[in-house]
Design a protein around this ligand. Structure first.
Ligand code: B12
Ligand code: SF4
Length: 495
């Protein structure tokens, strides 16, 4: 039975690790798996006239409306029986989406064992209505809501993600994950909801062994696909430091390509920065989120001081690691002045770049309830959350601010945030600049500045790859691979 993962056209050049893990376990069990962009023609070619197939969607909330609509349209165009199934963050936190038209089943939480069981039942001609993790609509339209199975304890048992599905651009570091979960409880993040969903009394991180992670990356390097790697773990530098030390030792000996990843300020110290540098970390991203200690602690529940954040940034920089930051603007309990403090805190340790998001208080997160209690959830936001009809996250303010001017200032500051980190003299003009109705112009500047930073990062990364001694070898193998492929195509055309 064929599984066709459907991924938004514009998201195809990214690596979707969730899909890649699912594909790997399905292929290991002899299922035919492929990936298709949201292009009706391509899906028809893949599915039409064949045996029953499963259309599988991996879905963050941002793309929910787009995928649901595509699914409704494509089902009307296919002749054979298809199952439309959905997994990932949106179905996990909004299971009511199973009621939507065109949805046959949704999977909540970790997917590998759940999807394998679901597919095995279908292959054997049995009904999946009692399959754990799944909410399944039966032929009569009744919904069967099943409990979750426990999380996998040992992630080393999973096959490595299937790297044949996506082709990210050459200069992009390839993604990997060394663990799953996060024990912290930041109010705007879904990890808290995830831990609650699984009833974890003491949420912890499930980490792979160093040998398993290094073996995956070594294999990728040997396949000639990789120039650098990016850990998409929520936080890479979790204690104990012995794990990091072992990783640094084995990774440098067997792989040695530049690395990127995420850190949390309270977990950074000189030793951690030194070991990360030794391992090959060339750049890291760190959440500053809010520069006002009180708002950060009370509203975001991030228990760390400003001093800790600045020290972490400086320590990483001293170790020779490029730091960029994540920041949240337009917080409940915050104000334009608080957002300025956030920018100022960044300037205290001068990251390479600061990415700012205007808070989207998703339902299911604690900050949603905080914003609601403060009367800041606008009707528009509630409606948008209901029909998820727009790409709404991070770019425009969603909460109800004290007045229109405040909303304008937050929206403008968001566009000027990264630019001011690059050109700190702008800081003193921000109160005036943020009061102008020049948002579109600022947006234009912000996008182009971001592109510029991307180029700078790529150039710096290229330097790091060159220093690792691998750039020449990679280019040689790339040219010879392309030469061979071209040779094969020429030969095929002659034949
Ligand atoms: C890397 C990452 C990104 C990357 C790439 C996106 C991607 N999904 O690969 C980038 C930087 C682009 C990104 C952007 C954003 N992200 Co993001 N991102 C992540 C991160 C850190 C890792 C994703 C990952 O690879 N996980 C590892 C895999 C193994 O897990 P998984 O994808 O969840 O898949 C498993 C299960 O969910 C399930 N499953 C998944 N799909 C399917 C499908 C089927 C059919 C089945 C059966 C099961 C199933 O099985 C998989 C294996 O167990 C997660 C946090 C996290 N730890 O997951 C946030 C996370 C997904 N991001 C989040 C958010 C909010 C965003 C943004 C909206 C941020 C913003 N303000 O712009 C954007 C949205 C972009 C977009 N178009 O979706 C939220 C999503 C919340 C939500 N309700 O959607 C998360 C959960 C962070 C959080 N803790 O709050 N993100
Ligand atoms: S530390 Fe990061 S991943 Fe962990 S709960 Fe907070 S925001 Fe989420």
């Amino acid at each position: 039975m064929k599984v066709v993962f459907i991924v938004g056209k514009r998201y195809m050049p990214r690596e979707w690790l969730g899909v890649m893990y699912l594909s790997a376990i399905l292929k290991e069990n002899d299922f035919d798996v492929t990936v298709c962009p949201t292009d009706a023609e391509r899906v028809r070619e893949e599915v039409n006239g064949g045996p029953p197939a499963v259309l599988a969607y991996s879905m963050p909330t941002l793309v929910a409306a787009q995928y649901l609509q595509f699914n409704r349209e494509i089902r009307g165009k296919l002749k054979n029986r298809v199952w439309s199934v959905f997994g990932g963050p949106h179905p996990t936190y909004y299971p009511e989406m199973v009621e939507e038209e065109g949805v046959d089943a949704i999977c909540r939480g970790e997917g590998e064992d759940a999807f394998l069981e679901f597919m095995t039942l279908l292959r054997e001609g049995r009904s999946p209505v009692n399959c754990r993790n799944w909410h399944v609509k039966d032929e009569e339209g009744n919904i069967h809501r099943n409990p979750l199975r426990p999380l996998r304890e040992n992630l080393d048992d999973l096959p490595f993600p299937d790297r044949t599905l996506f082709r990210p651009p050459h200069f992009m570091p390839l993604s990997f994950m060394a663990g799953r979960g996060c024990p912290y409880g930041c109010t705007y993040c879904f990890n808290r909801a995830y831990n609650k969903l699984y009833g974890l009394k003491k949420p912890s991180l499930r980490r792979r062994s160093v040998d398993s992670v290094v073996a995956e990356l070594e294999q990728l390097k040997a396949s000639g696909q990789a120039l650098a790697f990016q850990s998409v773990d929520d936080i890479f530098c979790f204690p104990p430091i012995e794990w990091l030390e072992e990783f640094a030792e084995k990774y440098t000996a067997r792989v040695g390509l530049p690395l990127g990843g995420n850190v949390r300020a309270n977990l950074v110290n000189r030793d951690v920065a030194r070991v990360m540098k030794q391992a090959g970390f060339f750049a890291v991203a760190m959440g500053v989120e809010c520069g006002n200690e009180e708002v950060r602690k009370k509203i975001l529940k991030r228990h760390m001081s400003n001093e800790m954040i600045v020290n972490a940034g400086l320590t990483l920089r001293e170790a020779g690691i490029r730091v960029s930051t994540y920041n949240l603007l337009g917080l409940p309990g915050g104000s334009f002045e608080v957002d300025l403090e956030t920018l100022k805190l960044n300037l205290a340790f001068k990251p390479i770049h600061g990415i700012a998001f205007i808070l989207g208080a998703y339902k299911g997160t604690e900050i949603h309830d905080i914003a609601q209690a403060m009367g800041m959830l606008s009707e528009d936001f509630v409606q948008e959350m209901r029909d998820t009809s727009k790409e709404m996250y991070g770019w425009h303010p969603h909460l109800r601010f004290k007045d229109e001017r405040e909303a304008l200032r937050v929206e403008n500051l968001h566009k000027l945030f990264g630019l001011t980190i690059g050109f700190p003299f702008l800081y003193r003009f921000l109160p005036w600049l943020s009061d102008r109705r020049w948002t579109r112009f600022y947006g234009f500047l912000s996008v182009w500045y971001f592109r510029f930073i991307l180029v700078v990062q790529i150039l710096a990364l290229t330097g790091a790859i060159r220093r690792s001694g691998y750039l020449g070898k990679y280019l040689a193998s790339w040219f010879s691979r392309n030469g061979q492929t071209k040779g094969k195509i020429d030969a095929a055309e002659h034949a």
